[in-house]
Design a protein around this ligand. Sequence first.
Ligand code: M6R
Length: 612
Amino acid sequence: MCGIVGYIGERDAYPILIKGLKRLEYRGYDSAGVALMNGNLNVYKKKGKVNDLVDFIGTSNTKGNMGIGHTRWATHGIPDDLNAHPHLSGEERLVIIHNGIIENYAPIKEWLKTKGHTFKSETDTEVLIHLIEEIQKDGDLSIEEAVRLALTKVVGAYAIVVIDRLDPNKMVAARKSSPLVVGIGKDEFFIASDATPIVEYTNQVVYLDDNEIAVLTKNDGLKVINIENEVQRPLVHEIDMKIEAIEKGGYDYFMHKEIYEQPNTIADCMRGRLNVQEGWARLGGLSQYKNRICNADRIIIVACGTSWHSGLIAEYLFEDLARIPVEVEYASEFRYRNPIISEKDVVIAISQSGETADTLAALELAKKQGALTYGICNVVGSSIARVTDSGSYIHAGPEIGVASTKAFTGQVTLLSLMALTIAYERGTISTNRYQELISELGRIPKKVEETLKCDDQVKVVSEKMKDSSNALYLGRGYNFPVALEGALKLKEISYIHAEGYPAAEMKHGPIALIDENMPVVVVATNPSAHEKIVSNVQEVKARKGVVIAIVNEGDSVLKEIADLVIEIPLTLEPFTPLLSVIPMQLLSYHIAVMRGCNVDQPRNLAKSVTVE
Ligand code: M6R
């Protein structure tokens, strides 16, 4: 959460910062601010979006070849002008932007008050910059040394960038559990929470590691030390991110673009890993630990939100095809319930961003207890990708809409490849079944393209559902997690209360909610459960519920009973989620647009949840 951007070099910093903040706005959009260094420190900050900040700044002085910018997702203190970043120190010599939480800010604040400090905001960040100032003053220290010593006193997570007015050619950044990327240009540096504000200027980047402090000095290169003051050797990576990937490309919203990218992103995920002609599936990340994974007692999957739903689908895939017991855990619960983990377990973390704090913490716990850890991430170089023993990227490209779409189908594709690879190694499926599944997986990108043609039917359904206050989503087997995912999508971007349920479980409670005002979206695309789901639909109809059924082409039975149907292509049961989720994504998208919601930036949310 919160987006950080900084620039130091010969160019005008302001346009770079504003453009960067717009690219990072998906990380938080409660308030935004910039600080520009031009002999003086000019700080501008405003509640609202980056455009509100730009309007507020108007024609004020934005000169400076060095500056920092921040877009906020509030943790400490309501979203308002005072709590917005950057924050100045008491003597207004230092300025900071911060992503994360300083957990022990309260005692530090009390101590600083005894030293005469007063505070303007309610934030933990302001406390940190006062602490840095106090330490700097006390020892007459350089800014990097003051930052380093201050960080030895704080507990929590942070990515920070600090500027010292009296040291105008330097910018100091540090990270612990919140990402920071340094971009290296010619006589210039960029710093950001992720690479999106940097890619248009350079493809040379350094990912800071936890407890590292970067000192970016004009005309004097990059120096990285750790919190113990030991000099580190930064590894320069070349990133391969196209500028078109982070622009809307003619779509009104990133989410819409990302939904339509899925035929390609799924194909990208399979590239080099699935060969239909030769009949194999393979994952590089698995090879090194093949024996350990194939002989695991258990696979434990930790994830949050949409990634947790992918994990649930993996439970069906791994148990059905590879016959390995699977447990799927909310990362936030797993880490606090003293779980039993052994060296014979494999813990898979699924995360689009690779930065979700709960998932990272769950992984660390699993590592400590000896499990093998495997990361399934989208963001290359992200924390989860780096801390796990092995892993695979889904290669979906930047996902900017807060509602996850192409990352979900990328994760499910990757997990399908993984299940097939393990099943083959373990000999738990016949050669014929293996070949049948390989061939069908190869057809999925084309079938997703065909599925997207249901958009017009989805619009009709959206019109009918857009004014509802509640909705129920039902599914069975492989499509139960899809029902959960459909409900989450509707909630998060349309603000309609929705619940996902296993269709057969409905009669144990939620059926009491059904009347003529309750739309019930039923995912009915798994062939093996068709008759059962028809019975569930009958139960809803008998209570006057309005049934919207997602069905396979040619399903005359449900067409007859349901109020509205959305038809999608038929596929083999394990891959049905990859198709049935598409109308769910489109449904939430159209309803949100019809309700006038900001699809890409739903209220109270942020794309990457790097705090507990
Ligand atoms: O980056 P991650 O996959 O770890 O994020 C997990 C959740 O925060 C995320 O899936 C969230 O639920 C999405 N907004 C759902 O669309």
